[in-house]
Design a protein around this ligand. Structure first.
Ligand code: UD1
Ligand code: CA
Length: 448
């Protein structure tokens, strides 16, 4: 079998600058969900593109073939654009780029029925509560298939029919190729209808599916949200069955490609996005957003925002920490409340527990960074590095003016503004000496 995916339409109802099929559903473009299923059905998959073809092409896996439909003159015309891809000796499955909920199990059933009944075409139909917008399946009194009528061409009586054409079909390649050139556009929309090809086949089968949800085409952002919700719960269910504990699926958002080890607990209001990978026995959330993070085992991340961070085993992050791109936390590190880390590597067991900023820093092992201490990494023009060697102790409220090196075991007194390198095992103190004037307050009062 070969698969042709139609995706040349513009998707006007999305009211978006982004081509419709590129809208993400749980972090993955709508179209890629369809192509995943298509690839399970066949090694030969071809997509018909038109509107914004170049933008869409950029995300396609290399094995997908592309044909261009310059003008969108109808579904039959779209298939015609891929006619050199269609093999007369092969079956052709027609899918749509905006039907991301379609399931491979369903398509396999259709393929089996198509083979067993030796149909020229097998249509997939389903019953919809509200059939508006769909082509209807017209049957005779005995219930045999008669034809498909498009809504625009349907009589009032036909519009009452709730069995609809999903638009998915399997054709015999040869029959499809010989019928396509005969399709005309003498209809209400003036389009070349693929449904007219069905009318030209002698042996038509209908596969009536009872799960209408998976045939929903995404036309607007309401339907996009519906699809997202469905996919989200599928992802969460898969993870739970793999041993991940999810306290509240209603408020947990996990993207399609995220991996999570067993016995990790996800607390409510947690978002795991992009290519995030989490090990076993971690506690994530409540209120954590992790995007493209690599996380080891037994890590805790509470009420924090982390993007592009690599976190090793037994690390604790938050509450209220922000980890930005290029953060590496080695095992046993503790990053506490109101600490921001950017493009910095923090060595094993080092701690910055409160109100600190570490940017462009390389911090050794067993370092203590006190409350309120910051790396002053930006001089207005350049980002400058800070090196803090193993075992150093940086007291509270220090400004470390980069570029700067603090040696092994050095001790930086609280409140210091450090502008010069500090050698190993030394004390650096850079603040005004305290002045005490005894009785000054009383004298001041007597004066006034
Ligand atoms: C089509 C079916 C209808 C079915 C419905 C299911 C026809 C004539 N009608 O109607 O019976 O109930 O789908 O959703 O086939 N496309 C192209 N090039 C074109 C036209 C369309 O690539 O020239 C693509 C669109 O991007 C879209 C899909 O084909 O993904 C369906 O096209 P659309 O115009 O929405 O067809 P419907 O009118 O919904
Ligand atoms: Ca449609």
């Amino acid at each position: 079998m070969r698969v042709v995916v139609l995706a040349a339409g513009k998707g006007i109802r999305m009211k978006s600058k982004l081509p419709k099929v590129l809208h993400p559903i749980c972090g993955k473009a709508m179209l890629l969900w369809v192509l995943d299923v298509a690839k399970l059905m066949s090694e030969r998959v071809c997509i018909v593109l038109g509107y914004s073809a170049d933008t869409v092409r950029e995300i396609l896996p290399p094995e997908i073939e592309v044909r261009i439909q310059q003008e969108q003159l109808g579904t039959a015309h779209a298939v015609m654009s891929a006619k050199d891809f269609i093999d007369p000796d092969d079956d052709v499955l027609i899918l749509y780029g905006d039907m991301p909920l379609i399931k491979v199990e369903t398509l396999r059933k259709v393929a089996n029925q198509h083979k067993e009944d030796e149909n020229d075409v097998t249509i997939v139909s389903t019953v919809m509560e509200n059939a508006t917008g769909y082509g209807r399946i017209v049957r005779d009194l005995k219930g045999n298939f008669v034809r498909i009528v498009e809504e625009a061409d349907a009589t009032d009586e036909e519009k009452m029919i709730r069995e609809v054409n999903t638009g998915i079909y399997i054709f015999k390649g040869k029959q499809l190729l010989s019928a396509l050139p005969k399709v005309n556009c003498n209809n209400a929309k003036g389009e070349y209808y693929l449904t007219d090809v069905v009318g030209m086949m002698s042996k038509v089968g209908v596969h009536k599916s009872d799960d209408w949800g998976q045939f929903m085409g995404i036309n607007d952002k309401v339907q996009l949200a519906f699809a997202q919700r469905k996919k989200r719960f599928e992802i969460l269910e898969r993870l739970m069955l793999q041993g991940v504990t999810i306290i509240d699926p209603e408020t947990t958002y996990v993207d399609a490609d995220v991996e999570i080890g067993c016995d990790t607990i996800l607390y409510p209001m947690t978002l795991l996005l992009g290519k995030t990978k989490i090990g076993e026995d971690c506690v994530i959330g409540p209120m954590a957003r992790l995007e493209n993070c690599l996380i080891g085992n037994r890590v805790r991340v509470i009420s924090s925002d982390c993007v592009g961070a690599t976190i090793e085993d037994d690390v604790s992050v938050g509450p209220f920490a922000r980890l930005r791109e290029g953060t590496v936390l080695k095992s046993g590190v503790k990053i506490g409340n109101f600490v921001e880390v950017k493009n910095s590597k923090i060595g094993s067991r080092s701690k910055a527990q409160h109100l600190a900023y570490l940017g462009d820093a390389t911090v050794g092992e067993d370092v203590n960074v006190g409350a309120g201490t910051i790396t002053c990494n930006f001089d207005g023009k350049r980002k400058n590095p800070t090196f803090i060697d193993d075992g150093a102790f940086v007291g509270s409220n220090c400004c470390l003016i980069a570029p700067l090196k603090i040696g092994k075991g050095a001790f930086i007194a609280a409140g210091s503004v450090i502008t010069e390198d500090v050698p190993e095992w030394s004390l650096a103190i850079a603040r005004c000496r305290q002045v005490v004037k005894p009785g000054w307050v009383i004298r001041k009062k007597e004066e006034t």
